[in-house]
Design a protein. Structure first.
Length: 155
């Protein structure tokens, strides 16, 4: 099966949920990390707050611009959103989910769990972000190219 057939097929939140399950399944396999429970909870909580902040900021910016939130249909974008959190990262909702996964990895506190955020990042970059960028460049042309030169894909 050609890999491009996976482009925009699995919604990123579903990818994230699958990664969460995988992290939970592999966490007993590897060595636990020697981290104090209070510190572990504080760091994982901070990651969750940061993640939800990125997610909510991205959603609110899209809603304010009255453009599609559907990651499986980027061609339906009616507005190129470049302000607010989109001046920090081109993909705040994916960054938010990445922070949530990091928080889960810290909470699980097992070395193999930290592969989850990496797998998520690689998958979403290849099968969601790169195809999305091609479409946004087709839809918005030079405006998107200039934006992509100014603002990083992740952080």
């Amino acid at each position: 099966m050609p890999l491009h057939l996976l482009d925009h097929k699995i919604p990123p939140p579903v990818v994230g949920a699958l990664v969460v399950a995988g992290m939970w399944l592999v966490s007993p396999v590897g060595p636990p990390l020697p981290i104090d429970a209070t510190l572990r909870h504080a760091i994982s909580g901070l990651c969750v707050v940061i993640g939800l902040g990125f997610d909510l900021s991205g959603v609110l910016a899209f809603r304010a611009a009255r453009t599609t939130l559907n990651p499986l249909r980027p061609a339906r974008a009616s507005t190129l959103v470049v302000g607010g959190v989109y001046a920090i990262t081109r993909n705040p909702m994916y960054v938010g989910l990445l922070f949530l996964l990091l928080g889960w990895a810290v909470y699980l506190s097992a070395a193999p769990a930290f592969a989850g955020p990496i797998v998520y990042m690689l998958y979403v970059t290849r099968f969601q972000i790169v195809p999305e960028e091609r479409i946004l460049e087709e839809v918005f042309g030079e405006a998107y190219r200039q934006y992509a030169e100014r603002v990083r894909r992740w952080l």
